[in-house]
Design a protein around this ligand. Structure first.
Ligand SMILES: C[S@@+](CC[C@H](N)C(=O)[O-])C[C@H]1O[C@@H](n2cnc3c(N)ncnc32)[C@H](O)[C@@H]1O
Length: 284
């Protein structure tokens, strides 16, 4: 396993264990599901051929390969992640000759080539650090003066139908659940805009801006209601709330999730709104 900030050990275990396995198996589904996020994210970048870009928490490489396409053969893209299985999938799908390098490493301590990259980019890959200001200060070292960071992260789960729909349906059949800890490393760690501004300022970034964007997701990623229910049971807070529950409770929750999602079935898919931030900042 990659050298780690010890405090990230639990996240590394998860991304090399159950989460990494599910995300790897579901790579094609996740890329299709998250395509609207990529669209917003890529529209916020000003990429030019020949640029050097780093994709943080690149996972199975969907965004990394798109970055490579945009910077072209004279550009360079580094995809960095702590998950060996997801990186294996990323390497496997990368055509020979693509100007991409995948590295298994913890972004908090990886020795980035100093002052080398034009842009740091991430789709949902920067909310899992135990010490986020330290991680961003380390990543900033890899940026040229004037280089930029742009990433997408989730807003709060209770104001986010993409999560609350399935979670509320599951909760209706579960015993009372502890609230999600928005401060802990995890998908919602960057939900609080003031906190994100503090982290990036402490890490030495300037020109910090958070733009709220509401995205329509097809929860079934083209596979309809069955695929949407399966996805809610495998990834996200509803799946975590259900993971240690008896089979009868899981079955009841699956039916409740199905009913909630069925109300969003349209000719275009199972359309549910998700709320994200697009965050941008600059290395002075
Ligand atoms: C929600 S997934 C997103 C993956 C990918 N960006 C995508 O959109 O498909 C979060 C990713 O962050 C990675 N990650 C978590 N902590 C990390 C760390 N300390 N350093 C590098 N990557 C990390 C995980 O392994 C995982 O691949």
């Amino acid at each position: 396993m990659a050298e780690l900030d010890d405090k990230n050990a639990a996240q590394a275990a998860s991304w090399n264990g159950s989460s990494g396995r599910v995300w790897t198996e579901r790579q094609a589904f996740m890329d299709r599901l998250l395509a609207p996020v990529s669209e917003v994210l890529f529209a916020s970048l000003e990429l030019k051929p020949g640029m050097r870009v780093i994709d943080i928490g690149c996972g199975s490489g969907g965004t990394t390969l798109e970055l490579a396409r945009r910077v072209g053969p004279t550009g360079q893209v580094l995809g960095l992640d702590i998950s060996a299985p997801m990186l294996a999938r990323a390497r496997e799908r990368t055509p020979a000759g693509t100007p991409v390098r995948f590295v298994e490493a913890d972004a908090t301590i990886y020795p980035f080539e100093p002052d080398a990259a034009d842009h740091l980019v991430s789709r949902f890959g920067v909310m899992f650090f135990a010490e986020p200001a330290l991680a961003f200060a380390n990543m900033r070292k890899g940026l040229k003066p004037g280089g930029r960071v742009t990433f997408g992260c989730w807003r709060a789960p209770d104001d986010n139908p993409y999560f609350s729909l399935a979670l509320d349906a599951a909760k209706a059949v579960l015993p009372p659940q502890p609230p999600i800890d928005l401060d802990a490393p995890g998908p919602f760690a960057f939900a609080d805009a003031r906190k994100v501004e503090r982290i990036l300022a402490e890490a030495g970034f300037t020109g910090i801006a958070l733009r709220p964007v509401d995205v329509m997701f097809d929860d079934g990623a083209g596979g309809g209601l069955d695929a949407a229910v399966e996805s809610a049971l495998q990834i996200g807070p509803a799946s975590r709330a259900l993971q240690d529950q008896p089979e009868a409770v899981r079955t009841e929750a699956a039916a409740a999730i199905r009913a909630a999602l069925a109300a969003h079935e349209t000719a275009d898919g199972v359309m549910v709104e998700g709320r994200i931030w697009i965050v941008t900042a600059r290395n002075p």
